[in-house]
Design a protein around this ligand. Structure first.
Ligand SMILES: Nc1nc2c(ncn2[C@@H]2O[C@H](COP(=O)(O)OP(=O)(O)OP(=O)(O)O)[C@@H](O)[C@H]2O)c(=O)[nH]1
Length: 379
C-alpha cells in the first residue's frame, strides 16, 4: 500500500476535463444578444463556441451578433427546448468531433443562447444527462437575463419566464438605465422570491464582468427552489418514455403492419403564442412606417411579445434594425450592409413577430390603414 492510499491521506482530486457549457437564457427581448455581443469581445471568450437559437422561421439574431465566424453555430428554426434531442445534441456532438479532427481549434467553452421562450429545463437536462454529451461537457451554469422594465409582467404571464429565473445560478438584471429605483426594487423582490439563492447583478448595455457569467461550478439544484429538482426529475421521466416509445415503435409496427406514431411530447409553449413574418416588397417611408408601428404598439402592445426585423428604408443603403418588446420601441440601429444569404439577399423588409392571440391580418390591416404600408400576402 502506498502512502497516498492510506486511510486519512488526501487523494489527488481528479481534474474535470469536460468542456464547460454556460446556458444564457432570459425572456424575449431581455438583452441576451446585447450581452453576447459584449462577451464576444472579451478575452475570456477565446476558444469559445457559441450556439444561437431563435423562435420563428426567419432568423434575425445571427445578423445582430457582431462577430459571426466558424465558432458561432445557428441552431435551425424551432425552439431549443422543443427539439433539444435533435439540434442541440447534434450541434454539441459536431463541435466536439470537429475539434477532435482538428477541423476547428480546441474548444475551451460553449455558450448557448436560448430563445426567449425556451424552457431551460430540457437544455440543462440534456447537457447533464445525455450520455455522449455528459461525458464530454459539463453544465457550468445557467445565467438568466431579466429585463428590469418588463420582467414583472412577463413573470406573471409566462411559465417559461418563471422557470428561466428559478433555474438560474446568476441573474443579470438588464436595462437598468431605463428603470428607476422603485422598478428595480420591485423586480429584485419578485425574482428573489422565485430564486433566493442566485446573486442578482444589475447591468446596462450588456456590460458585465465575464467572471460573473463563467465558472459558476457544476450545476447544482441545492440552494434552488424545490421545483427545480422536480422539473429535472420530470424531464428525466419524459426522456425515458420517449426513448422507450422510439425503441418499441418499429417492433409494434412490424406486428400490426400499421405505422405506430410515437407519442409526441406535450407542448412546452402556450398555444396562443405564435410567430409570423411580415414582408414588405417596396422600400419603406420611415416616417409612415414609424407612425404605423407606434399605433400598432399602442393598440396591441399587450399581445406583442417581441418584434425584430431588418428594413429597407427609402434613401438608406443600409438595412435598418427595428426592435420592440411589448409597448417599447428601442432606438433603431443599422447593419453595415445587407446580408448575402437568403432570405435577406432580396433586400425586402422583414419583421418577425412573436405574439399572443394576435392574428397576422389584424397587424397587416393596421399597417395598411395608417401608414399606407402594404405588407406582402402571406407566403
Ligand atoms: N437601453 C437599453 N437597451 C437595451 C439594454 N439591453 C438590451 N437593450 C435593447 O433591448 C432590445 C432587445 O435586446 P436583445 O439583446 O436583442 O434581447 P434578446 O434577449 O437577445 O432578445 P430575443 O433573442 O428576441 O429574446 C434591443 O433593442 C437592445 O438594444 C440595456 O441595458 N439598455
Amino acid at each position: 500500500m502506498t502512502d497516498s492510499a492510506l486511510p486519512g491521506f488526501m487523494q489527488p482530486v481528479e481534474e474535470d476535463r469536460r468542456i464547460p457549457v454556460t446556458i444564457l437564457t432570459g425572456f424575449l427581448g431581455a438583452g441576451k444578444t446585447t450581452l453576447l455581443n459584449y462577451l464576444l469581445k472579451q478575452p475570456q471568450m477565446a476558444g469559445a463556441a457559441v450556439l444561437i437559437n431563435e423562435f420563428g422561421e426567419v432568423g434575425v439574431d445571427h445578423h445582430l451578433v457582431e462577430q459571426v465566424d466558424d465558432s458561432v453555430v445557428l441552431l435551425d428554426s424551432g425552439c431549443i427546448c422543443c427539439s433539444v434531442q435533435g439540434d442541440l445534441v447534434k450541434a454539441l456532438k459536431g463541435i466536439f468531433m470537429r475539434a477532435l479532427r482538428k477541423e476547428i481549434p480546441p474548444v475551451t467553452r460553449v455558450l448557448i443562447e436560448t430563445t426567449g421562450l425556451a424552457d431551460p429545463v430540457p437544455v440543462v437536462h440534456t447537457v447533464m444527462e445525455e450520455p455522449f454529451i455528459a461525458e464530454r461537457y459539463r453544465c457550468d451554469g445557467v445565467i438568466t437575463a431579466v429585463d428590469a422594465t418588463h420582467a414583472v409582467g412577463q413573470l406573471g404571464d409566462n411559465r417559461e419566464a418563471v422557470r428561466q429565473v428559478a433555474m438560474a445560478d446568476r441573474l443579470l438584471i438588464t436595462k437598468c438605465d431605463l428603470a428607476d429605483a422603485a422598478m428595480r426594487a420591485e423586480v429584485a423582490a419578485r425574482v428573489a422570491a422565485l430564486n433566493p439563492g442566485a446573486e442578482q447583478i444589475e447591468i446596462t448595455g450588456g456590460v458585465v464582468d465575464p467572471a460573473v457569467v463563467f465558472g459558476c461550478g457544476l450545476y447544482d439544484v441545492s440552494g434552488k427552489a424545490p421545483d427545480v429538482a422536480a422539473w429535472l426529475g420530470e424531464e428525466r421521466v419524459r426522456t425515458q418514455q420517449a426513448v422507450a416509445a422510439a425503441r418499441s415503435a418499429p417492433m409494434a409496427w412490424r406486428k400490426s403492419g400499421q405505422p405506430i406514431v410515437a407519442p409526441t411530447a406535450p407542448a412546452r409553449h402556450d398555444e396562443g403564442v405564435r410567430s409570423y413574418v411580415l414582408t414588405f416588397s417596396e422600400p419603406l417611408n420611415w416616417f409612415a412606417f414609424s407612425d404605423a408601428l407606434g399605433l400598432l404598439l399602442q393598440v396591441y402592445g399587450e399581445r406583442i411579445l417581441r418584434i425584430k426585423g431588418l428594413l429597407n428604408v427609402i434613401g438608406d443603403p443600409q438595412p435598418r434594425i427595428v426592435q420592440c418588446v411589448q409597448h417599447s420601441v428601442y432606438p433603431p440601429t443599422s447593419l453595415p450592409a445587407w446580408p448575402d444569404e437568403a432570405p435577406y439577399h432580396d433586400r425586402r423588409s422583414r419583421l418577425v413577430f412573436i405574439v399572443r392571440e394576435l392574428p397576422r391580418d389584424a397587424v397587416t390591416e393596421l399597417f395598411f390603414s395608417i401608414g399606407g404600408v402594404p405588407a406582402d400576402p402571406e407566403a
